[in-house]
Unconditional design. Structure first.
Length: 372
């Protein structure tokens, strides 16, 4: 489906080489100050054509607020956001109309719908994520102004190159991360990652990587038991992003190598007189509910499927062929995916926060037996 969220809910629309893409955002609180520049900064971090490491499709990705805002304040009604496609080239894909690209969504879309977008990936294209980033910027603004929550992501690996340096997750900023062309907060590692991407590009090939994200100043109590656990919603959100292949949180898969006595996060009284944990192997979530510690998770991205390098494959009719994909494509999507990961995290947290606000309001009807 093209919708996500329960109370803070979004529906994205548009295709990669159509007239434009956008999103309708429902559930935004009324009376919040909102102007286009609040949204544009994250869209500009996502846009194509930023440097030699990205697709050279040249889009300014300027956002237009079409409804739900008047005199720079939200009305509480659905907010419609639109971004025009100015540099679409559908003819780049004419030679590929009979050939499903290996590991792309061409084949599966035809199997599901008996039709597909004739150019680019249509709804499966990463261009769809413009709506997510635009909506996520609104969610982030709400989270920061109401709760002080901040969300920062960075590239922690590209191909075989991994960031070994310890990162101060409580203080790292987007400005520090954006100093690097690959958005890795270590100059030496960043240079090695850049070499890997440029080599893949020169070979008309592609490479993948991992993004780490931290959500800070979290409130406790967000997330629902059982099926809507906060980490389950985050996993859902992250794995809905194009090209993602893995998700882990806190200690993740490394935690399987530890004993419970090592892995358990002991409670301590912190400076704000609230309980916290001495360690954070849980990644800020226990029992599917936030505990007030930073939420830390990682998202794995595969190498982009569309490459210029020749590939032996088959046409839709089964006839053997050699595909050399045309068009403009990223040799690595990971650096541009940073604001997408941040946006999806914000959408999950904004929705969870609103659900908890409703519950807290209902809790005022009765006195907790724990307080008696």
């Amino acid at each position: 489906m093209s919708s996500f969220g329960k109370i803070f809910r979004i529906s994205t629309f548009g295709e990669s080489h159509g007239g434009g893409v956008g999103v309708v955002v429902d559930g935004v609180p009324p009376c919040m100050k909102l102007v286009a520049s609040d949204i544009q900064k994250q869209l500009s971090r996502r846009r194509p054509g930023q440097n030699a490491l990205t697709t050279q499709r040249n889009e300014e990705d300027k956002v237009y607020i079409q409804s739900g805002v008047e005199h720079d304040y939200t009305l509480g009604s659905p907010i419609s956001l639109f971004v025009a496609n100015l540099d679409q080239r559908p003819n780049d894909y004419s030679d590929m109309s009979k050939v499903p690209r290996p590991s792309h969504a061409d084949y599966t879309y035809v199997q599901k719908y008996a039709i597909k977008s004739a150019s680019g990936g249509g709804r499966s294209s990463a261009r769809e994520t413009i709506g997510r980033v635009a909506a996520g910027a609104i969610a982030e603004k709400f989270l920061f102004e109401r709760f002080g929550v901040s969300i920062v992501a960075w590239v922690s690996s590209i191909g075989p190159i991994q960031l070994q340096k310890s990162i101060d997750i409580l203080n790292i900023t987007r400005e520090e991360i954006d100093k690097s062309i690959v958005r890795c907060p270590d100059a030496e590692t960043s240079a090695k990652m850049e070499e890997v991407i440029l080599k893949a590009k020169a070979d008309e090939d592609s490479t993948g990587g991992v993004i780490t994200c931290v959500c800070r100043n979290m409130s406790s109590g967000w997330g629902e038991p059982c099926f809507d656990k906060l980490e389950a919603k985050l996993a859902h959100a992250m794995l809905s992003i194009p090209a993602t292949k893995g998700f882990d949180i806190g200690s993740g898969f490394e935690g399987t190598k530890m004993r419970g006595s090592e892995h358990n996060d002991a409670f301590i009284l912190k400076s704000d007189n609230l309980l916290g944990t001495k360690t954070n192997n849980s990644g800020g979530i226990q029992g599917g509910i936030s505990n007030g510690e930073p939420v830390v998770f990682r998202v794995a991205f595969k190498p982009p499927a569309t490459i210029g390098k020749s590939q032996d494959t088959a046409e839709f009719n089964g006839k053997s062929t050699v595909l050399e994909a045309k068009g403009r494509h990223d040799p690595c999507v990971v650096p541009r995916a940073i604001p997408i990961v941040e946006a999806m995290a914000a959408l999950v947290l904004a929705d969870a926060a609103m659900i908890q606000l409703a519950r807290v309001g209902a809790m005022q009807c009765y006195k907790s037996p724990l307080s008696q």
